[in-house]
Design a protein around this ligand. Sequence first.
Ligand SMILES: [Zn+2]
Length: 186
Amino acid sequence: MDHRNNEVCSLCQNPLTAFGSKVAKDGVICRDCAKKASPFLTDEDIKRRSIARMKNHLEYRERNLKKLANFRPSKEVDGKYRLCVEEKRNRFLFSKRNNWDAENPDIFYFRQMKDIRIEEVLYPESTDDYDVYLVIKLSSSQIREIRIRTNEFAAYKKDTPEYAKALATAKEFREVLSAYMSKEEN
Ligand SMILES: [Zn+2]
């Protein structure tokens, strides 16, 4: 069954637009609903999720937005993404912008982190240009992993200062978060 023939969003019932809608396991969600989902939810994640679970996800995102009003970072690490940590409440987020109301960055808790690693990924079709990713595996019913690219713009060759900077940023994020990860195990 081709769910695109339904022509309305399975969540909000608005008509689907030509671009930007996303296929879920048993329905289609419109561009506006898709935009409300976490940026860490991949298209593959959405394909595997039922409409009921996507509805639950958007409700979680609304609660997250409300929680942001009380998020007070006590530590920040800059990069293309800014890592903000609220140490007292054992939580953190990655933000690309200053307007959190519009961005709604997901709040994560130290105890949710299962594994943190850095991936250097060859850019498609290239032989020596790499992207650098920080990848955090999570135990969370909403988001299975945080994957952020730390290089500023394009992929870079390994001997460039831009590449060194991207790798250094990823390592700093990993170092800061690893310390909190072990803290909560105690
Ligand atoms: Zn919708």
